[in-house]
Design a protein around this ligand. Structure first.
Ligand code: G3I
Length: 356
C-alpha cells in the first residue's frame, strides 16, 4: 500500500512518541548508582547526606550491619545505627543493600571464640533470621557471605580460614543462603568478594572459585541471585577485561546477576599530581565497568564511600608521599571528579556493547 501523507504524519508522530518513550525508558534504565556510608560520617556531615540524597539510588550501611556492631551483646541485636541509615534511604526513595550477614572479620569477641559446629550453626541461623527478618521489605539485597574465598585459593584449598569455616566447612555458605532465602524470599542474595579483575594466576583462580561457589549452591537448589564484585581497583594493575567480561557472561548463563558493591581506586602507587591521579583512576574505572557491562548489566554500581573525605584507603594503602588518597567519585570538597564522569558514562552503556 502507498503511504499517504496522513499515514506518514501518523507514522512520524508514532515514531516520535516511540523515541520519547525509548528516551524515558533509557533514563529509567540507567544502571542504578549507590554508595556505602558509615554512621559517623552520616550523622556529622549534612553535605554528605545531601549528596547521598541527590546522587544515589542505593545506599549500603558500610559497617552498621556487621556482627561487631549488631552483636556485641550475644543475646541481643543492636539495630539503631543501621536503622538510621535505612530510614534515611527509605525517606528519600533509595534502595538499601545489606552488608554483610557472614564475614570472618568484624566479629565481636564472643563470636571469634565459636568452635562447636552445632553451636556455630545455631548462632549463624539465629543471626541471619533476625537480621534479614527485621529488614524484610526494607533491604532489597544482601551480601550473604563476604570474602569466603581464600586470598590465594588453590583447587585443594579454596576457602578462607575463618571461625565459620573452621566450625562448619563449606556448609557455611549453604546455611547462610538457605536461611536468608527462607527468611526473606524476595531479597536478592549475593556472594560478595574481591580481586576478580586482574591479570594474574591468583585472580584467575578466584574467578574459578566464585563460579564453583555459585554452582555448589545451584546444585543444592539453594537460591543465589548475584555475585558482588567489590572492585577495590588497584590503579597500577591492568584490568583483565576479557576475563571480567567472560566471568560476567558465564554468571549470566547460570542465571546469576552481577553487582559492583564496593568500588574505589587504590591510588597509592600513582603519581603525586592530583589531576593525573584522578585521570588514571577514572581510566581504571572505565576499563573495569566497561568490561563488566559487556558481559552483563550489573544490578547496581555502588562505591565504598562518596567523597575522598572519608575512605579506608588512607589507613590501609598509605602513599609514600603521605598525600591523601583520592579513591572516590567526589573530591574532599564534594566536587565530582573524572571518576564520577566515568561511572556516569558506564551507567549509560548497555550489555553486550563493546566500549572503546
Ligand atoms: O568508630 C570507631 C572510632 O570511634 C574509633 O576511634 C576508631 C579507632 O580505630 O575506630 C572506629 O571504628 C572503625 C570503623 O571502621 C569506622 O572507621 C573500626 O575500628 C574499623 O574496624 C572499621 O573498619 C571497617 C572495616 O571494613 C572493618 O569492618 C571500614 O570502615 C570499612 O571500610 C571496611 O570495609 C570492608 C568491607 O566491609 C569488606 N570489603 C573490604 C572493605 C575494606 O576493608
Amino acid at each position: 500500500m502507498r503511504p499517504t501523507r496522513r499515514g506518514f504524519l501518523a507514522g512520524a508522530t508514532a515514531s516520535l512518541a516511540a523515541a520519547q518513550a525509548a528516551g524515558a525508558l533509557a533514563a529509567r534504565e540507567l544502571i542504578p548508582f549507590g554508595s556505602a556510608v558509615m554512621i559517623s560520617d552520616f550523622r556529622s556531615d549534612a553535605k554528605l547526606r545531601a549528596q547521598l540524597a541527590k546522587l544515589c539510588d542505593v545506599i549500603t550501611p558500610m559497617n552498621e550491619l556487621k556482627w561487631d556492631w549488631v552483636r556485641q551483646n550475644r543475646s541481643g541485636f543492636a539495630f539503631e545505627n543501621a536503622d538510621e541509615i535505612v530510614a534515611f534511604a527509605r525517606k528519600n526513595g533509595k534502595a538499601v543493600h545489606g552488608h554483610a550477614l557472614l564475614w570472618g572479620d568484624a566479629l565481636p569477641a564472643w563470636a571469634k571464640e565459636l568452635r562447636d559446629p552445632k553451636e556455630t550453626e545455631r548462632e549463624l541461623v539465629r543471626h541471619v533470621e533476625a537480621v534479614v527478618g527485621k529488614y524484610a521489605g526494607q533491604i532489597a539485597s544482601w551480601d550473604v557471605v563476604n570474602e569466603v574465598i581464600a586470598h590465594e585459593p588453590t583447587p585443594a584449598s579454596p576457602w578462607r580460614d575463618t571461625v565459620w569455616h573452621r566450625a562448619l566447612g563449606p556448609r557455611l555458605v549453604d546455611i547462610a543462603f538457605a536461611t536468608a532465602a527462607r527468611t526473606d524470599p524476595a531479597a536478592r542474595l549475593v556472594i560478595n568478594d574481591y580481586d576478580f579483575e586482574n591479570d594474574d594466576a591468583r585472580t584467575a583462580e578466584r574467578r574459578r572459585q566464585v563460579l564453583a561457589l555459585v554452582r555448589r549452591l545451584q546444585d543444592l537448589k539453594i537460591p543465589v541471585h548475584e555475585v558482588g564484585f567489590q572492585a577495590h581497583l588497584y590503579a597500577e594493575k591492568a584490568i583483565d577485561r576479557r576475563a571480567v567480561t567472560a566471568l560476567a557472561r558465564e554468571l549470566g548463563r547460570l542465571g546469576v546477576g552481577v553487582r559492583v558493591t564496593e568500588l574505589d581506586v587504590i591510588d597509592w602507587k600513582l603519581p603525586a599530581d592530583p589531576r593525573e591521579r584522578d585521570r588514571l583512576a577514572a581510566e581504571v574505572v572505565t576499563a573495569f565497568l566497561g568490561a563488566l557491562i559487556e558481559g552483563q548489566r550489573p544490578q547496581a554500581i555502588i562505591t565504598w564511600g562518596l567523597t575522598d573525605r572519608s575512605t579506608w584507603i588512607n589507613e590501609v594503602f598509605k602513599r609514600n608521599d603521605s598525600a591523601r588518597a583520592r579513591p572516590l567519585p567526589l573530591d574532599a570538597d564534594y566536587r565530582p571528579k573524572p571518576m564520577m564522569a566515568a561511572i556516569e558514562a558506564a551507567r549509560r552503556l548497555s550489555e553486550g556493547r563493546r566500549v572503546p
